[in-house]
Design a protein around this ligand. Structure first.
Ligand code: XUL
Ligand code: MN
Length: 345
């Protein structure tokens, strides 16, 4: 039994479409996805608003409440809990230029209203936590928006959401690009700063995804440490990324095991399990993976995470101290690599 709690989103069991080709696996219906969580060792479900309540935009408040209640029952029956909900603004035609930072005031209002519904759904699923991945809140060309105004609009939106529900906590998931050329909140520093400028900074935090930090040219474990020091790492999306490419969402540790070790190390150093917060795995199966084995990316990622927890916990603290005191970082590095590889230092 691990002291970590694991989660993923239903989008992590997927059909394998990419920008240059169609789907390669059949759609797995939602109830079927829920049934594999426990088998794979996961207890938390990360929801987009419309994963929980399909076609949320066209439904009355009564219908939304009815659907959310039914979803809560499905979770209870499966012995699962919701971790958070996240508004999926980026797939609606209105959000083509972003929602909160659109130049169009009607679109900005729609984005805020829809996110209020997303908050309501979170509460009905029994959580006080939403995540904003600010997908299209940026530009393809800098001249398309006044970026100063865009940040003001974003701040206004956050304040409106905090006012809508006095208990909700909001974590921003930064990402520097994709689908935009540049996004406005590229790093955890940006996310936490804008949170600190809201009317209730203590209800603003962050979710850090490995691949997003790498795409920003940063070390994910240092991004995590920055948030952890401030008590603001409220979830993670662990995965892996082979350098500066498209957003790959590879299995955790699959591209850079040492970097994965250091993410686990920083979580361990902070006592993350004691917070009760989840370790989310935002991983995608390879496009070529056959349907009947297209959940291995999830179980493998969890297994690698747990193996790395063991590696962190069993690294010889005396040896670490000796090398640090001697300022012998070559020695320390070899000790770490030997430990990871299971060879003599
Ligand atoms: C996008 C991303 C999303 C969010 C969920 O890159 O990571 O999966 O995490 O909205
Ligand atoms: Mn993510």
């Amino acid at each position: 039994m691990s002291d970590y709690r694991f989660s993923f989103g239903p989008w992590n069991i997927h059909e394998g479409a990419d920008p240059f080709g169609p789907t390669v696996r059949p759609t797995v219906e939602f109830a079927k996805k829920l049934s594999v969580y426990k088998q794979l060792g996961f207890e938390g479900v990360q929801f987009h608003d419309d994963d929980a309540v399909p076609e949320v935009d066209s439904k009355s408040p009564e219908q939304i409440a009815k659907d959310a209640k039914a979803m809560k029952k499905m979770l209870d029956d499966a012995g699962l809990v919701a971790e958070f909900t996240a508004p999926r603004l980026w797939e609606d035609p209105r959000g083509v230029d972003g929602g909160f930072t659109s130049n169009n005031a009607d679109v900005r209002k729609w984005a805020i209203d829809r996110t209020k519904r997303c908050i309501d759904i979170a509460r009905m699923l029994g959580v006080k936590f939403v995540v904003l991945w600010l997908a299209r809140e940026g530009t393809y060309i800098r001249e398309a928006k006044n970026a100063i105004d865009a940040h003001k609009h974003l701040l206004d939106a956050l304040n409106a959401l905090l006012a809508h529900d006095k208990e909700i906590e909001i974590a921003i998931e930064p990402k520097p690009n994709e689908p935009m050329d540049h996004a406005y909140i590229p790093t955890i520093g940006h996310a936490l700063h804008i949170g600190s400028r809201t009317t209730d900074p203590k209800r603003m935090g962050g979710l850090i995804e490995t691949a997003h930090a790498i795409l920003a040219g940063l070390d994910p474990s240092d991004e995590m440490a920055f948030a952890l020091e401030a008590g603001k790492l409220w979830s993670v999306h662990l995965n892996d990324q082979n350098g500066l490419k498209y957003d790959q969402d590879k299995s955790f540790g699959a591209a850079n095991l040492r970097m994965a070790y250091n993410q686990v190390r920083v979580l361990e150093l902070s006592g993350y399990p004691k917070t009760g917060r989840f370790v989310g795995l935002d991983v995608k199966a390879m496009r070529t993976q056959k349907a009947d084995v297209a959940t291995k990316h999830l179980s493998n990622s969890r297994r690698i995470f747990l193996a790395l927890v063991e590696k962190v916990r069993t690294f010889d603290k005396q040896i670490e101290k000796q090398f640090l005191d001697a300022r012998d970082y070559e020695g320390l590095e070899m000790a770490v690599l030997a430990h990871l590889m299971g060879i003599k230092p």
